[in-house]
Design a protein around this ligand. Structure first.
Ligand code: ACM
Length: 680
């Protein structure tokens, strides 16, 4: 170290003081450098808002600040090109990092400088976070820039459709947290959500479906919708003004059932059974590899590229099971004619053909990490979802990668076990889990780590039926994604994050959505003699889901935590001493899962009565059967049924109760809502 650098060191240390310092303002994400100084500036409704008339980025940042301040009840002046004296000013300063900004608050007012439009906008976001509540602002200087360029959220609008208004609210919330990539999952097996003018049946046929119900249950109203091209243009522009690039995802070669339903010639001719599009899981219907199918996909992508200026287009590529390709003579002939080794190589060829088409139009393809299995263009971006392994493999092979690893970054998981959590994947992913996610996997060398573009949280919506639930599942976990994607790697402190999150959520509330409060809720107390399914353990936890009842169509519905591969619940240490009777509240739900060969692994004990029985065993699932509850009273009830039975006496005071049911098959699927013991 030279003497000169040494002399500067104390000043640098002052700059590097973390925002966690006692008097630091509660900003989220935590800025890179902040220094609070003596003095205060009183920002009022009369403070001029200044942005040069010929600087669109500065004007946009000023307008956004005014918009968010107005939502907080603190309106500002309309922007003017210049003003004397203290003011809020947006100015260009060449040389600051991409998306970075400097915010200085002093006797001249508040000055945001940045070299690019995003930086100016993020300066406005920080100022809004500081000024949203009344009171003079401490003098300070913030020097800030993101750790990663990709700070994303994925919204699945295919499984359940969200309104354009919701998508705009989500964009506002993302901007408030300096998130900058909205990956929009617009097509999947269960729905096609983007208007394509050349192929109107995509939305004409596949934008709506009837939700699955258990056999004999009353039908539920159709669900669905799609985004018209004008709506998409409007949303893309809205996002752009808030620093957010929308990356559309058009899935191929799998997750193609909605397209094949609309245009059967795109598939292998395997018929689609009635109602199958209301299933969840991995469907076997794939696009065929005819030239006409590529012409279709290119036509679709032409319209997609015209709507979305994003440099990236996501092509899916995940979970394409190859049975239909294996069984299809034309596909096999294609594989031979191309001299390819197998179906995986055909997928690689398929993705590369479309990837090259995008490249010819100046766009880069993104694919889920399966695209690594068949060979892809060198500039393809890999989205790692099966843990971080995909990113590690991708980076080692020289591909750029985005970390969106299941389960931690999969926001369809419940975020706790409390009674307020909506349905979703059963295993909880807490806010703390997301915050702790490591964006520098140890398996990567520093050189390879340069390929990590950033991080993304994904909201899949199979089990997220309403917009209120989507908002709840997304935030505040997406705020944790924002923080780990933006803030410097060192100095993670969950308690500090939570202390800044509370005021952040209060600031976000007027922007139109309601976030989850699970992270601040007390642990739910347990009743001494009763449990809900969500307070029980799953016997095996194979595919653990918290599934909503299919009844009633309107109003609250029960939901059940169950392992669909083995519906079996454990009440650990149940207080059996003195229990004379046991009651179960049970419901029947559709078995609407495409799980391939796993279906054959689901086993039930044979029933003793025509409708089957719930059975309760003491001492675990291999223990003695102490109660049998026939399902006949529940057979014709689409809602919850209370079953009750005597409990055979046991000597155990506390024991593990194992609750299962007998059945001849998976449908209907019975689910436990709650269990209670009653004294003798
Ligand atoms: C995925 O979850 N199939 C990307």
């Amino acid at each position: 170290m030279t003497g000169r650098a040494f002399l500067f060191l104390p000043a640098l240390l002052a700059w590097a003081a973390p925002a966690a310092a006692a008097d630091a303002p509660a900003l989220l994400p935590r800025p890179a450098h902040i220094a609070v100084q003596a003095g205060r500036f009183d920002l009022t409704a009369a403070t001029p808002l200044v942005a040069a008339a010929d600087d669109g980025g500065a004007r946009n940042a000023a307008l956004r600040l005014a918009e968010w301040m107005a939502a907080a009840g603190r309106p500002l002046q309309a922007p003017v090109p210049r003003a004397d004296g203290p003011a809020i000013r947006f100015a260009r300063t060449p040389g600051l990092a991409a998306e970075g900004y400097r915010l200085r608050i002093d006797a001249d007012g508040a000055t945001v400088s940045a070299s690019d439009d995003s930086g100016l906008l993020y300066g406005a976001v920080t100022l809004w976070q500081l000024a949203g509540t009344p009171g003079p602002l401490p003098y300070m200087t913030i020097e800030d820039a993101p750790r990663f360029g990709w700070r994303g959220v994925m919204l699945d609008s295919a499984r359940h459709f969200q309104s354009p208004a919701f998508v705009k609210h989500l964009i506002d919330w993302m901007a408030a947290n300096k998130l900058n990539r909205l990956h929009w999952h617009l097509v999947d097996d269960q729905g096609w959500r983007i208007e394509i003018r050349k192929y109107p049946e995509l939305t004409g046929i596949s934008a709506w479906r009837s939700p699955a119900v258990a056999p004999g249950a009353p039908p539920l109203p159709p669900t669905g919708g799609f985004y018209s091209q004008p709506e998409i243009r409007d949303i893309v522009a809205y996002a752009g003004a808030r620093g957010i690039v929308i990356i559309p995802e058009i899935e191929m070669p799998g997750h193609a059932t909605a397209a094949i339903r609309a245009y059967p010639a795109l598939g292998m001719g395997v018929p689609l059974p009635e109602g199958v599009w209301s299933d969840w899981g991995v469907f076997p219907w794939l696009y065929n590899s005819d030239d006409a199918t590529f012409a279709f996909l290119q036509d679709v992508l032409d319209e997609v590229m015209a709507l979305f200026p994003s440099p990236w287009i996501h092509l899916g590529g995940d979970e394409a099971t190859k049975e239909q390709w294996k069984a299809d003579p034309a596909t096999q002939a294609r594989i031979r004619a191309l001299g390819l080794a197998d179906e995986n190589a055909l997928q690689g060829w398929f993705m590369a053909r479309i990837g090259n088409y995008l490249a010819g139009h100046g766009r880069r393809m993104i694919g889920w990490d399966e695209i690594l299995e068949g060979g892809v263009p060198a500039d393809a971006v890999v989205m790692s979802w099966r843990g971080v392994d995909g990113a590690v493999t991708a980076a080692r092979a020289g591909h750029d990668a985005i970390l969106s690893a299941a389960p931690t970054l999969y926001f369809d998981h419940r975020q706790g076990t409390g009674p307020d959590e909506p349905p979703g994947r059963g295993a909880p992913v807490t806010l703390a889990d997301v915050y702790a996610f490591d964006l520098a996997p140890a398996a990567l060398t520093p050189d390879q780590h340069r390929h990590i573009m950033g991080v993304q949280g994904n909201l899949w919506t199979e089990h997220v039926r309403t917009e209120a639930r989507a908002a709840w599942m997304l935030f505040p976990r997406a705020a944790a994604v924002a923080e780990i994607g933006w803030s410097p790697a060192g100095g993670k402190d969950y308690a500090d994050f939570l202390s800044r999150l509370k005021p952040q959520l209060a600031r976000m509330a007027p922007l139109g959505l309601k976030a989850a409060d699970s992270a601040f809720a007390d642990a739910p107390p347990l009743a001494p003699l009763a449990r809900t399914s969500r307070q029980l353990e799953s016997c095996t936890g194979g595919i653990l889901l918290d599934l909503e009842d299919d009844y009633p169509a309107q109003g609250p519905r029960a939901h059940f935590l169950t392992d669909i591969l083995n519906p079996c619940w454990i009440w650990r240490g149940a207080p059996l001493a003195g229990a004379g009777r046991i009651s179960l509240s049970v419901g029947q739900i559709p078995f609407n899962f495409q799980i391939g060969v796993d279906l054959d692994k689901i086993r039930f004990r044979p029933p003793a009565t025509p409708d089957g029985e719930f059975e309760v065993r003491a001492g675990g699932c291999k223990g003695r059967r102490i109660a049998v509850l026939p399902l006949a009273p529940a057979r014709d009830n689409p809602g919850l049924t209370r079953l009750e039975a005597a409990v055979a006496p046991t000597r155990a005071r506390r024991t593990d109760l194992c609750i299962t049911y007998t059945a001849r098959g998976v449908s209907p699927m019975w689910a436990l809502d709650a269990v209670a013991l009653e004294p003798r």
